[in-house]
Design a protein around this ligand. Sequence first.
Ligand SMILES: Cc1cc2nc3c(=O)[nH]c(=O)nc-3n(C[C@H](O)[C@H](O)[C@H](O)COP(=O)(O)OP(=O)(O)OC[C@H]3O[C@@H](n4cnc5c(N)ncnc54)[C@H](O)[C@@H]3O)c2cc1C
Length: 392
Amino acid sequence: MAARGQNISLVFPRVSLLPLGIGSSRKWLCRACMPSPSRTQKIMEGLSSGIEAGGAGGASSYAALKRVDVQWLQMRTQKSVTGPKPEVAVRNTGRCLEIASEPKVYDVIVCGGTLGIFVAAALSLKGFDVAVIEKGKLQGRVQDWNISRKELDELVKSGLLSYEDLQNVVSTEFNPNRCGFKGSLEVWVEDILNLGVSPFKLVEVIKTKFLKMGGVILEGSAVSKLKVFDDAVELLLDNNKTLYSRLVIDAMGNFSPIVQQIRCGQKPDGICLVVGTCARGFQKNSTSDILYSTHPSIPLGESNIQFFWEAFPAGSGPKDRTTYLFSYMDVNPQCPSLEEMLELYWDLLPEYQDVELNDLEILRVLFGIFPTYRSRHEDSLMFSLPFFFFNN
Ligand SMILES: Cc1cc2nc3c(=O)[nH]c(=O)nc-3n(C[C@H](O)[C@H](O)[C@H](O)COP(=O)(O)OP(=O)(O)OC[C@H]3O[C@@H](n4cnc5c(N)ncnc54)[C@H](O)[C@@H]3O)c2cc1C
């Protein structure tokens, strides 16, 4: 099931600018200096391709990295609102069910299946007639999700999972968990984000339960338009199918077309960038870092950036560890690309985890972007539309 990387050699010329004193005025890496192919490209293209899931962090190929980097470049270089406002959800007066082309009306349709399937199953359990629409295949990623036991127990309390189901999806458990700044304050806590769960198995279990309860899943169908009438919502899919529902829940993630409409193509105010790997070969692998900083702000690209680490034992083996380098920043054209951040990650990881890159077998490379927006007046207007919950 899991995507396993080949044991690739990580001996590459360190042609990016190397750290010559943290916090010095020297740029760590300048865009023009990044060699082609980059170290990141060589590493990623040497890995065997695994299952790619539709949800965030579900793709780990170099091509997928470039796709997200193009999206991120457009985001940070756009001026503000560009082009006409996307019209995905529109308000129509009157009623639609009397003249509906399709007699079936769902109580709830959940758009987006990664976390959406959990909401859908919980509503099904309460007796509602529910359908899920998922653009790709409805499956969880291979890479663990980290979560606290308390959060996961909610799924048992709600009746969606049994404790036996939980046993089968929890792949690893570890304590203690650290937060801190190297050389300064360090706080060790217990039971915070200390479980690794297999999203692939967890989503599969919930999906099976949902289907058994009579839930309907439409995979390989993207929602392209929603018309909100007084009595129901008419949903148009990209395969020309039309569905009707009394309530629609948007669970399409950060890049939901409904969120794009609410934001009117607005440039995000902030961004969280994350890069990392799941790799094999860590001798010290019993504790985790929830949030740990090893350096003061570092010059990268044209910006000074404060980086943080996360590190967790991974469920795939005793020496397998997931390590993420992430940062929060204002959005401007000088922000680094994900590939630039990965170049920095390869440079900093050995010191942070006391390992040699050459001693690690990279299983998969991980990355993602999380845009953030300040609230605006228009948002509250959109939220007041009937039949909708919005996820962002
Ligand atoms: C590298 C990385 C590591 C992470 N690690 C963790 C972790 O350890 N623990 C944790 O809790 N979270 C983690 N996250 C956060 C992660 O975003 C969430 O756990 C989870 O993926 C969010 O699920 P979601 O369903 O809200 O959104 P998404 O995962 O973005 O899923 C949205 C779904 O909607 C579908 N969709 C999109 N558009 C349409 C459309 N038009 N029609 C129909 N379907 C559509 C997509 O195909 C997708 O399946 C991580 C994220 C990244 C990037």
